[in-house]
Ligand binder design. Structure first.
Ligand SMILES: Nc1ncnc2c1ncn2[C@@H]1O[C@H](COP(=O)(O)OP(=O)(O)OP(=O)(O)O)[C@@H](O)[C@H]1O
Ligand SMILES: [Mg+2]
Length: 198
């Protein structure tokens, strides 16, 4: 990993441990990292999980691909280098939010295995939960809720994941959701069940 540009920076440690925070706040943070093709269901499932958690008084939030590209990452495109930088920044932000004991759900295609593994390595063991939204390209393309596949097939979107850019599925994700076959309720329940055992 690259080093900070500045040499005159010192890490300032707090005197509140992660264990203290969990004890006092009675809530645990983690990152639930959804990955999968466009239209595989990352945002839809993440929003449902967020809703169910918050309804039960549990702090949760979603970091969503397009939304983040409107602000924090508006300077980034879809080249391999920009995609990597996109995920690096999201990983840093997600880790910070999780450290504040919030269940942080991220919904990014995040096509590169190495980029996701970099985020995993940033976090304490067990705090990064990778969720593969495993719907086939055929299903995703048929859904095409944003009309993106149609544009990509017409050559109007270069470097589109699954069509003209690669997607590297995780080898050992904590959760695999068969979002091409299951109902939204079933996918949501699987994630909530996993969270309830953390
Ligand atoms: N089991 C399921 N889980 C999630 N979504 C489902 C499921 N079954 C059907 N869908 C539908 O599939 C579509 C998934 O779209 P969604 O925007 O959530 O995908 P995404 O992975 O976030 O895509 P993008 O990367 O483009 O943001 C929605 O229209 C949703 O209603
Ligand atoms: Mg989405």
């Amino acid at each position: 990993m690259s080093q900070p540009v500045s040499k005159n920076i010192t890490w300032h440690h707090g005197n509140l441990t992660a264990e203290d925070r969990e004890k006092f706040l009675k809530s645990k943070g983690c990152v639930i990292w959804f990955t999968g093709l466009s239209a595989s269901g990352k945002s839809t499932v993440a929003r449902e999980v967020e809703h169910a958690l918050v309804e039960n008084g549990i702090f949760a939030t979603v970091l969503d691909g397009d939304n983040v590209r409107h602000g924090l990452n508006k300077d980034l495109g879809f080249s391999p280098a920009d995609r990597t930088e996109n995920i690096r920044r999201i990983g840093e932000v997600a880790n910070l939010i999780a450290q504040a004991n919030v269940i942080t759900l991220t919904a990014f295609i995040s096509p590169y295995k190495e980029d996701r593994d970099t985020v995993r390595a940033l976090m304490p063991k067990g705090k990064f939960i990778e969720v593969l939204c495993d719907a086939s390209l055929e299903v995703c393309e048929k859904r095409d809720p944003k009309g993106l596949y149609k544009k990509a097939r017409a050559g109007q979107i270069p470097e589109f994941t699954g069509i003209s850019a690669p997607y590297e599925a995780p080898e050992n994700p904590e959760i695999v959701l068969k979002t091409g076959e299951q109902t939204l309720e079933e996918s949501t329940r699987e994630v909530l069940d996993y969270i309830s055992k953390l």
